[in-house]
Design a protein around this ligand. Structure first.
Ligand code: EPZ
Length: 434
């Protein structure tokens, strides 16, 4: 097992380049299954969730070559299995995208139920509702979902809740279904638009991605393509919070400013200066940070995946801030760890009250999920003294070489190996990714 050791108190300065978006890549890689020819996927982040996707595709028979420079050549024509191995699938939250891709291509799929995770319940009823709307039947047994369909026919799908995963899965399954599918109450995140653009670059016919109504006309064949994954808006937002927490001055490259709008607006209210360019932003702080009220919401609202990071920043701001988590039942797991560092946070249901103390003290802490881990890094960078963060496998699921990027900005952060604790309850190979 590894841990991060951070000596806090150093300003972040210089330039950093953002990697490809995790939540786009974990949808696009399974989507290659739908193609009848090899595809080249660029700007793929080097993170463990991607490594698991690549491993699953290889185990199913795809021929995959890493071409360097975050680029893969994937030939799906050798795939002979419609089953995603249980042990591999349960490690990754987003393995459910293999359901939609395999169903869409082979009209059958067998994938493990995605594991629960520290965010609370992660139901997939809306995914299954979408598949059944297209003509599929499913059974659940031994922790596995089996999907079959004699034929996939376009239909109207109305989601009871705005769901990123089910919206992407419905697009995957409907791409080759006969006729017109209309998805209503669709999620609008940038990674949904990215998946639709990828599928269309292979010859799919998807319109309206990024709005709440997506129309898909099924096609019979999908050709190969070369496609570049969009930059990760959450990695960019995480670095924005880290720069602000250290009162730094950094240019963040390879971003789409439009994707950062809700984050930028909140950061500016807190006292962070942000200058926008075509594909980069300049972030700096030269005065006090002030309180803010944050309510997470589906895109274009403030992203839940930035909630823990901005909460950490607000512990350093003057005044009392309020955070309302509207997406997940349990996304304040990081609060206990921040309290160990001197934060004054009170949680009541989906609301957290943050008394800005203006300072944090280094302490030994543990990451409980991907974004909680990112929040603890930000806290460690700003804290006085040494912070040691354990269970960093969570962080490495979604951040491409975080410590290297931070060191290049002047942070004092090292990754240190620690002997595996035999009775450790957190075995990285078993934790479900978020
Ligand atoms: C995706 O999760 C992201 N993960 C999450 O990012 C992100 O927090 C979430 O979208 C919201 O933006 C990936 O893309 C791999 P949802 P997903 O379906 O698709 C309920 C990170 O840190 N719901 O949009 O699982 C659900 O309980 C991770 O990168 C149902 O009720 O989220 C939740 O309350 C964490 N039934 C709400 O919808 C369903 O069938 C939104 O969930 C599906 C979801």
């Amino acid at each position: 097992m590894d841990k991060f050791v951070i000596k806090g108190g150093r300003r972040l300065t210089g330039e950093v380049t953002i990697s490809g978006a995790k939540n786009a890549a974990v949808g696009i890689l399974p989507a290659v299954i739908l193609s009848d020819e090899p595809c080249i996927i660029e700007n793929v982040p080097t993170i463990s969730d991607v490594n698991i996707c690549i491993r699953i595709l290889r185990e199913m028979g795809a021929d995959i070559t890493f071409l360097g420079n975050d680029t893969y050549r994937i030939d799906p024509t050798g795939i002979r299995s419609h089953c995603v191995p249980y042990e591999t699938a349960r490690k990754m939250r987003a393995s459910y995208y293999f359901l939609g891709a395999l169903l869409g291509k082979y009209k059958k799929a067998r994938v493990s139920m995605p594991g629960g995770c520290p965010l609370g319940a992660r139901p997939i009823d809306q995914h299954l509702k979408a598949f059944c709307s297209l003509g599929a039947k499913y059974t659940l047994s031994q922790g596995m979902i089996d999907l079959t369909a004699d034929k996939l026919t376009g239909n109207q799908i109305f989601f009871d809740v705005v769901t990123v995963g089910a919206t992407m899965n419905a697009m995957l399954a409907a791409t080759k279904a006969e006729g017109l599918t209309i998805i209503e109450n669709a999620a609008k995140e940038p990674h949904i638009v990215d998946l639709a653009n990828f599928l269309n670059s292979m010859g799919a016919n998807i319109m309206g991605a990024g709005t709440d109504v997506i129309k898909i006309r099924g096609v019979q064949k999908l050709h190969g393509t070369t496609y570049s994954v969009i930059p990760d808006q959450i990695e960019a937002g995480t670095f924005m919070a880290a720069v602000a927490a250290t009162k730094g001055d950094v240019v963040i490259r390879n971003v789409i400013p439009k994707h950062l709008e809700s984050i930028t607006k909140k950061m500016e209210k807190i006292g962070v200066h942000i200058e926008q360019f075509d594909d980069s932003i300049h972030v700096w702080v030269d005065g006090p940070l002030v309180k803010a009220n944050i309510k997470t919401a589906p895109h274009p609202g403030f992203p839940t995946d930035m909630q823990s990071q901005i909460a950490t920043l607000l512990t350093l701001a003057e005044g009392t801030s309020i955070i309302t988590e509207n997406i997940w039942e349990q996304r304040f797991g990081y609060v206990d760890e921040l309290r160990r560092m001197g934060a004054d946070i009170t949680v009541n249901g989906k609301i957290a009250l943050i008394e800005g103390t203006g300072r944090l003290m280094g302490a030994p802490v543990k990451a409980c999920d991907l974004r909680a881990g990112a929040a603890l890094i930000i806290a460690g960078l700003a804290a006085a003294g040494i912070t040691e963060i354990e269970d960093i496998f969570h962080i490495e699921r979604g951040y491409d070489c975080m410590e290297g990027k931070l060191r290049a900005l002047g942070a004092d952060i090292e990754k240190v190996s620690i002997p595996d604790n035999k009775d450790s309850s957190k075995n990285s190979s078993d934790k479900a990714a978020v």
